[in-house]
Design a protein around this ligand. Sequence first.
Ligand SMILES: NC(=O)c1ccc[n+]([C@@H]2O[C@H](COP(=O)([O-])OP(=O)(O)OC[C@H]3O[C@@H](n4cnc5c(N)ncnc54)[C@H](OP(=O)(O)O)[C@@H]3O)[C@@H](O)[C@H]2O)c1
Length: 290
Amino acid sequence: MKLSPVVAGVWRADQWGLDAAGLLRWMQQAADLGITTFDHADCYGAFTTEGRFGEAFALAPPSFRDRVQLVTKCGIRFPCDARPAFRLKSYDTSRRYVSGCVDASLAALRTDRIELLLIHRPDLLMNPDELADTFAGLQKSGKVLEFGVSNHTASQFALLHRRFPLVTNQIEFSPLQMKALADGTLEQAVDLGLRPMLWSPLGGGTLFNGQDEQAVRVRTALQTLGGKHGGASLATVAYAWLMRHPSRPLPVTGTGRIDGLKEAMAATSLKLSAEDWYAVWEASIGHPVP
Ligand SMILES: NC(=O)c1ccc[n+]([C@@H]2O[C@H](COP(=O)([O-])OP(=O)(O)OC[C@H]3O[C@@H](n4cnc5c(N)ncnc54)[C@H](OP(=O)(O)O)[C@@H]3O)[C@@H](O)[C@H]2O)c1
């Protein structure tokens, strides 16, 4: 399965002020830019965002669905209007729960298949054999084509991957949050040849407006590189910095603006040198390379 080199995330879509026609237009414009993969989770918008995109798909010509890949996640339960039976925030990766989530996501998104399903957060009570068997059944039924996890440590990933071939771990990584460089998740991705997906690649926006010393240092370093690389924008340089990692990551954008998506795609043709990369690493960590 092929995901686009930049994935458009829709976690913040309920802040974009778009109706179904507007969401469809946004998806079509993204696809025209080469961003054909959309990142959902069943719980986005308190379990309402998938349904809003389903309304958008209902307006699209049937051929549009074949142009795009839908990623969604499940496993997090929390009490909200759309899920009144949930009493406490918790995780659930039982066969019954995951299968029910897939059926609910298919119905909400008004589709017959999900290209990639991720377990949203590590479930400390996960039974890996049961979950692997659930994945196998969902794949056989054609409801889900591929599977992965999100926010899993390398050992949590390995536990499941030994039982069922996962295709990705979606993790937090940005020039402001570099934990994944040190905790083994990115090494594991390189080792297995599985491209990680990176959430909050721009630090959730703090790259632009953060006032702490780290944010100011990183912003300055990215701006300097932008000047060196033909006036590339801060966001483009940040995406290029992420993509420079040998795991060949797929950044998951959070922007609602088409210009923001363009800045992400521009990074696919901006190649940073190792010195460029380490300049940003140094700015983030706050001391020179040892
Ligand atoms: N797996 C997980 O646990 C998990 C967790 C969090 C998120 N995610 C996924 O990752 C996606 C991205 O996360 P994120 O939204 O935190 O990503 P992000 O790209 O780091 O942050 C997006 C925010 O940055 C702002 N921004 C972008 N460019 C800007 C600019 N030039 N100037 C000022 N602000 C700018 C955006 O506002 P504008 O809209 O105005 O551009 C938006 O508010 C989510 O949509 C979701 O799909 C997954």
